[in-house]
Design a binder for this molecule. Structure first.
Ligand SMILES: Cc1ncc(COP(=O)(O)O)c(C=O)c1O
Length: 376
């Protein structure tokens, strides 16, 4: 009897850490430092260090990390920020929250990452930032990004929400540019038990400004020097993340190995139109998601494959079914169907298969075998 396969399995992943997690939470309860306590300080020191930069500022979520991070970089009204159309809508929301003007561009259809040639065409005299999204856990090429930013005199602000400890060309996600945003949403490769996020940056002045922005704009209690907000990483969430961080490297490597198995098992299905999103970063890809394209060569479309996998007890996802420029809430930005053909076709083709550190070889075989049977 085949067992159901979940899309992610956080319960199983957390089981061996139960005692450590409970202790760490208990320590916060005993100290009572729930807001900006010791656990937050510890994570603000350790997480940026593993990313290869000096400063980290814990905030309420990844969206706020983008918004406050951009603001602290001096980005706001009148400044254009170039970002990909095929990302989670939070990237766009972060730019809008900062008060800047988002300029969407298309992606490469094989990697699903921002197309820097398209980005070049979108540069104007108002462009201040290139905001790459390291989608699915694969980094956008650091060397290409640096060349692009230098040629156009732009800041690089990374959306690394899906890329904790991803690597490419010797760079770790979060260390390419001026600053980077991470999310600790529970299902992320490093996830808390609620919302959380962090901005990492080499620049101590930017870090200082985010500390003020996240705390009502007050560097000292009741002295509000700049208009700010309330967006702080909870001590309890930080305590959980402090326990999980030492395991992250191994978890990422387990995900990468699972992806390699999928690659091998799915490769004979290429003629049937099943094509995994291209990995150009080898073991540096941390596979937050393992995404295949169900192209028009396939005998069935993506939605039918998803439905049939569901009937076979295999949960899948779509990241993302509607590109940012076609989201109803953002029609005022003036984009329309046809503006970003690669993002639009990917939104119809992509399917995310189950992947998590504790996924077994049998489960991967079961997923691949079931796909193979469905498309026969
Ligand atoms: C690419 C990307 N950017 C930004 C975010 C926003 O993070 P959060 O949900 O923590 O606000 C997420 C995650 O949800 C994401 O996947």
């Amino acid at each position: 009897m085949l067992k159901n396969i979940p899309f992610v399995d956080l319960k199983l992943q957390h089981q061996p850490l139960k005692a450590e997690l409970e202790n760490s939470i208990q320590e916060v309860l005993e100290r009572g430092d729930f807001i900006l306590g010791q656990a937050v300080e510890k994570l603000e020191s350790s997480f940026p260090t593993v990313c290869g930069v000096k400063n980290g500022v814990g905030v309420g979520c990844g969206t706020d990390a983008i918004a406050l991070g951009l603001q602290a970089c001096g980005i706001g009204a009148g400044d254009e920020v170039i970002l990909p159309a095929n990302t989670f809508v939070a990237t766009l929301i972060g730019v809008l929250q900062a008060g800047a003007t988002p300029v969407l561009v298309d992606c490469n259809v094989e990697t699903a990452l921002i197309d820097l040639e398209a980005a070049q065409k979108a540069v104007t005299s108002k462009t201040k930032v290139i905001l790459p999204v390291h989608l699915y856990g694969q980094m956008v090429s650091p060397s290409e990004l640096k060349d692009f930013a230098e040629a156009n005199n732009l800041i690089i602000f990374e959306d690394a929400a899906q890329a904790h400890l991803a690597e490419r060309e010797g760079y770790c996600a979060g260390s390419i540019g001026t600053a980077a945003a991470f999310s600790f949403y529970p299902s992320k490769n490093l996830g808390s038990f609620g919302d959380g996020g962090m901005v990492v940056t080499r620049d101590s002045e930017i870090a200082k400004k985010i500390r003020t922005l996240r705390n009502y704009g007050a560097p000292r209690k009741y002295v509000h020097e700049i208009p700010g907000t309330n967006s702080r990483l909870d001590s309890i969430q930080a305590a959980i993340l402090n326990v999980k961080l030492p395991y992250l490297k191994d978890w990422n490597s387990d995900r990468n190995q699972a992806a390699q198995k999928y690659d091998i098992l799915l490769s004979p299905m290429k003629e049937k139109g099943i094509i995994p999103i291209k990995n150009l970063s080898g073991t540096g890809h941390i596979y937050h998601l393992y995404v295949i394209r169900v192209t028009d060569k396939s005998p069935i479309n993506r939605d039918t494959l998803k439905e049939k996998l569901g009937m076979a007890g295999i949960s899948t996802g779509i990241h993302y079914p509607i590109p940012c420029h076609l989201q109803p809430a953002y029609q005022n930005l003036g984009y329309k169907q046809g503006d970003f053909p690669n993002s639009e076709s990917l939104s119809q083709e992509i399917l995310s298969l189950p992947i998590y550190p504790v996924i077994t070889e049998e489960q991967i075989h079961q997923v691949a075998e079931t796909i193979s049977q469905i498309i026969m």
